[in-house]
Write a protein that binds this ligand. Sequence first.
Ligand code: GLN
Length: 273
Amino acid sequence: MKIFEWIQEASEKLHEVAGESSRLEAQIILAFALGKSRSWILTHAHHTIDPISINKILSRRLQHEPLPYILGEKEFYGKMFHVNRSVLIPRQETEILVETILQTHKHQKDISLLDLCTGSGCISISIKLNQPYWNISGSDISIEALDTAKKNAAFHNTDIQFIHSNMFNHLPKQQYDIIVSNPPYICKTEVLDKQVSAFEPHTALYANNNGLEMYQIISNEAKFYLKPHGLLYLEIGYKQSERIIHEFQSKNWECLNIIKDLSGHQRVLVFKT
Ligand code: GLN
């Protein structure tokens, strides 16, 4: 079978799961299966391939497995991160969290930061790459997630301290200048795309109390882990802003900033005590 024939057939099959990206995904899957670049694929349209092993990879995608899990990587804030089914796939919206922190504190050289629920480590590592002198820690409830975060930190040659902890339960009694978190915030009754709900780790997605449980914990505990002028940066679900701001205000936090994502949803909140 020739490359262009395989791509044609695969894009038709992929249309149901990948929609408009089906042709691009077919090329990416083929490039991955052959260990070649996508530009090599595009310039070797008449090259003959044996489709059997390639179709095995294609069938994973046809069963809705997200492409980053198949490829084992996802780009975030301009860098590649290893991903697997023990970590949430880094999302574009989360780059706002990173960007906001880097912009706000760009002239500060001496910052200690905790990334609570670090997952793949994408937030803490992206910040460390841009602010190498900052002292950065990341925590997560999942040992498997922490293993992935450590692998990513080593891959990017960054020195980050990773801590195994369910929220604040096992954190050292230390105070940080910044706490950042993109915690699990999906309400358990919300119906998600199959490629999210059937493949991504539920502990990283869902939270009790309409998705608000982690914010309630953070609003109670984070002040003990922040320095007097410390700041808290949170990613939130697209319909949660009002309830979360109310929750934090009732615990004497002040909301300093609300940042919208590209769809116009309030996505990042900044608080101080
Ligand atoms: N901090 C990671 C991310 O933003 C993981 C978040 C999570 O597991 N809820 O992708």
